[in-house]
Write a protein that binds this ligand. Sequence first.
Ligand code: FES
Ligand code: FES
Length: 189
Amino acid sequence: MTERGDGVEGMPDPVTKQLTTLRVNGETHTVAAEPHHTLLEVLREELGLTGTKHGCELGECGACTVLVDGVPLLSCLTLPAQVRGMEVTTVEGLADGPRLHPLQTAFAEEGAAQCGYCTPGMLMAAKALLDANPQPTLEDMQQAIAGNLCRCTGYTAIYEAIAKAASGGGAGAQPLRRTGAGRASASHT
Ligand code: FES
Ligand code: FES
């Protein structure tokens, strides 16, 4: 199905938008969107889920990372039709009602968010990591967020926050575990 946009100078617009059905954060949504609009644009502009950030739009910064069936995906490079029938999770879907996800709590406690622009993407990449590997090493973390750029933190606080969430947080939080020659202050290039 399609719908028409606003007319221009008395002339009707050509039919451009298409109805798209998406599963996002456990709910089904049907939205009218331009067929060339990316998943990022539809999430933000049609569904109002502005937690997913609009960065480079080139697949280079990771700010737009969401999970699709649990796998991190760059929403700026994805069309909604590509995720039809799949479960999309955005940062808005991390908390359980009023209860923050342990990663969100750990990021706040460890100062892993400064300007915060990278944080939603970092959280989603980190969630995918912990879901697959509940006790990651530093190298596992470096690899998991290698596609997520942060201009502010230097990454160390982010790794510490992921480690804290992995350990259950609180006073029993485990220090970063290293294997090989990994460095907490890795250049992240
Ligand atoms: S906005 Fe998608 S990778 Fe930068
Ligand atoms: S906290 Fe500012 S870009 Fe990461």
